[in-house]
Design a protein around this ligand. Structure first.
Ligand code: SF4
Length: 254
């Protein structure tokens, strides 16, 4: 059976704006469809699967190769929406066959075995400010991280021999306010025994529709977050602004 995916956009080469690959060249493939509804989502156009182009893995690869006709990019980022809604194993294999490194960004709500074939895995759990009723319906459910435990258990399961245990796994959390920061401290504490993961904090952009220059607002938020991290007991945590928003503001497809 040939899988056909709803694709919101494919663009690049550009730079990755967040997380451990920040500043590195990549081509983004954004899949439509998400099982969350975060209040400040900057890609709400992906929520409804309707008018997006439908593409097979081969067609996605052809689009990537066309964007990369100069051959000056060797990295592709699969994002969304939530790309883990789909079976993307064939696409990952095709990209690897052409020597692309592959990254994936997901909130960690749905597990698929193919994720273990990806070179850079970025899990981005959503904090309370997302007002995401599916994960924050009560303070208890927000803090016990039971979904994430299940996800990481499968991701790092050494008994799943068909796929290698991934070695490059990042947990990246967007922070919008003090409640989010406290939530992150609990999350980090719960997973503290496991040194497998890289930890990143990303400054939230609370107004994803604001036009024009938003850099000043975002840099103020960044300074606030940096100060929180400096004063906290956190170690081995990296705090970054969203680099793309500092260059292009809320512009899409860049
Ligand atoms: S998980 Fe990501 S794409 Fe989905 S609603 Fe939240 S911010 Fe938007």
């Amino acid at each position: 059976m040939i899988n056909i995916y709803p694709v919101q956009e494919i663009f690049g080469p550009t730079i990755q704006g967040e997380g451990p690959q920040a500043g590195g060249k990549t081509i983004f493939v954004r899949f439509a469809g998400c099982d969350y509804d975060c209040l400040w989502c900057d890609t709400q156009e992906t929520w409804k699967i309707k008018d997006q182009d439908r593409m097979t893995a081969i067609i996605i690869l052809e689009r990537i190769e066309k964007l990369n006709e100069q051959g000056n990019c060797n990295h592709v980022t699969l994002t969304g929406g939530n790309p883990l809604l789909y079976d993307l194993e064939k696409l990952v294999d095709l990209l690897h066959a052409l020597d692309y490194k592959v990254a994936v960004e997901t909130q960690g709500s749905k597990y698929k075995p193919w994720i273990r074939k990806v070179d850079n895995i970025v899990i981005s759990p959503k904090p309370p400010s997302s007002s995401n009723l599916k994960i924050h319906e009560s303070p208890a459910s927000a803090d016990n991280f039971r979904n994430l435990y299940g996800f990481f258990h499968k991701l790092m399961d050494e008994n799943l021999l068909e796929y290698p245990v991934p070695t490059d796994v990042t947990i990246k959390v967007p922070i919008f306010n003090s409640v989010d920061f406290e939530w992150f401290l609990k999350l980090k504490n719960k997973f503290a025994a496991d040194n497998t993961y890289k930890w990143y904090l990303s400054v939230g952009n609370e107004n994803v529709r604001e036009e024009g220059s938003i850099q000043e607002r975002l840099l103020q938020n960044y300074e606030w977050l940096v100060n929180k991290v400096i004063k906290s007991d956190l170690i081995d945590v990296y705090v970054l602004p969203q680099l793309h928003t500092l260059i292009w503001g809320n512009k899409k497809g860049v």
